[in-house]
Ligand binder design. Structure first.
Ligand code: URA
Length: 459
């Protein structure tokens, strides 16, 4: 293969044939194309884009670069959710056991956080004994037996994406819609899914800062997923404010477990029109997190024909969550993945596991009109809760909880957030920075929708 001529073709904006794309993905994965040439191709794609047929060819070639999970025939549909990443976004944790209890099989292959966005695997690593690395046979076995698994990609799954992503990371070619689409969907297609719901975030702490860009990405992924035989939908969700009231690895596991408990919130407040749920309805708990978990489950129920309407599906998902079965399923999943349940429950009972806890208090009464997710993500990363490079070690105990949410009324000295830090000086500097993440105004802010749009088809 003359890869140089393919780079030149793409540089000139020409369309590559599927066979040419398959060839270069195979050759690059096998180490037969040098990084500098592949980086040039990625940059050409970044500027020239790819046609739908080219994105499909790239995605399928990446999927087929390694193991594709093979499941026995079973009446339970295979389903998953993928989020483009945010602050406090722990939806996967309660969602996997909920879906298992709703009669799905959930092979949730997740990733680690990089920069300010959290990663599901990092959160799970804070659970004593929990193993996030499983061989493909074990993933399939656990999904068949327990109904769900949350684990990392094995070395043999989608190796082309691993190599290409690492190169994109250092060649300025990450924010390309065709490349993001192929990267995310190649991994999801390797799970052999029947249905997929994509949570595409927009806002100050999201990959796609504007709703228009998020919509473009969502439409590209929905079109490709459906074309590849997976019933795919996307929801566009607001990531200007953290999801829930806790951010930081262990604190998010705690909040996820709390989310699995039966709710005392009157369902009517947010169940029926949950896609129109407003931040101002946040109440005193983490209603936004629960809402998103139930919404993702509801879409999958509709996508797989298990429910006729979103309203009926949300009710079914909520009843299931309130039955307590998903909380038990969570424990079952933990045990299946090696967790020490006794140690986990002991840890869960602690108010905090970080050595120092400091509260940030409101200086005046009013309404929270801003709680900046980007700033909060940066503070947590700098406390040691995130990574600056792929090699950085993580402190699982640090983070911020008891976050006040936009729309909420506060008095002078109400808690706006509680910082969990490794030492006093880190806690104090985080507290000073956290102050800037909040704005308190005399009037309540305009309500914003958490789920701003549903993209069920690419048109
Ligand atoms: N997540 C991925 O897996 N790939 C991307 O390109 C971006 C986000």
């Amino acid at each position: 293969m003359n890869f140089l001529s393919l780079i030149e073709s793409k540089r000139e904006g020409k369309t590559l044939a599927p066979a040419q794309i398959q060839n270069f993905v195979r050759e690059f994965t096998a180490g037969k194309i040098p990084d500098y040439q592949m980086a040039a191709m990625l940059m050409a794609i970044y500027f020239r884009g790819l046609t739908t047929a080219e994105i499909t060819a790239l995605t399928l070639a990446m999927r087929d670069s390694g193991d594709v999970l093979k499941f026995p025939r079973d009446k339970r549909p295979l389903a998953d959710k993928h989020s483009t990443g945010g602050i406090g976004d722990k939806v996967s944790l309660p969602l996997a056991p909920l879906l298992a209890c709703l009669g799905f099989r959930v092979p949730m292959i997740s990733g680690r956080g990089l920069g300010i966005t959290g990663g599901t695997l990092d959160k799970l690593d804070s659970i004593p004994g929990f193993k996030t690395l499983q061989p493909a046979e074990k993933i399939v076995e656990q999904v068949q037996k327990v109904g769900c698994v949350i684990c990392g990609q094995t070395d043999r799954m989608v190796p082309a994406d691993k190599k290409i992503y690492a190169l994109r990371d250092v060649s300025g070619t990450v924010p390309s819609i065709p490349l993001i689409t192929a990267s995310i969907l190649s991994k999801k297609l390797a799970e052999s899914l029947d249905a997929l719901v994509l949570d595409v975030k927009f806002g100050c702490a999201a990959f796609m800062q504007t709703r228009a860009d998020a919509r473009k990405l969502a439409k590209a992924m929905v079109a490709l997923g459906n074309e590849c035989g997976v019933n795919t939908r996307a929801i566009l969700t607001d990531m200007n404010t953290p999801l829930g009231r806790a951010a930081g690895n262990w604190l998010e596991v705690k909040e996820s477990v709390a989310c699995l408990a039966p709710s005392v919130l009157p369902a009517s407040r947010w169940q029926i029109k949950s896609s129109q749920f407003c931040r101002q309805d946040a109440s005193s708990t983490f209603a936004d997190l629960r809402l998103l978990v139930l919404d993702c489950a509801a879409h999958l129920l509709v996508q797989t024909g298990k429910a006729r309407s979103l309203v009926a599906a949300r009710k079914r998902a909520e009843d299931c969550l309130n039955s307590g079965a998903p909380r038990k399923k969570w424990d079952e999943m933990l045990v299946a993945q090696g967790a020490n349940l006794g140690a986990f429950n002991k840890k869960l009972a602690l108010d905090h596991t970080a050595p120092v806890v400091v509260e940030l208090k409101a200086e005046k009464p009013g309404f929270v009109s801003r709680c900046d997710a980007r700033l909060i993500g940066e503070i947590i990363r700098d406390l040691g809760g995130g990574r600056l490079t792929k090699e950085s070690a993580i402190n699982y105990d640090v983070g911020i909880d008891r976050l006040a949410k936009p729309g909420e009324a506060v008095r002078k000295n109400s808690i706006l957030g509680r910082i969990h830090a490794a030492d006093q000086s880190q806690a104090q500097s985080a507290c000073a920075r956290l102050q800037a993440a909040f704005e308190i105004s005399a009037m309540p802010p305009r309500a914003t929708r958490l789920v701003a749009e549903i993209i069920a088809s690419s048109r």
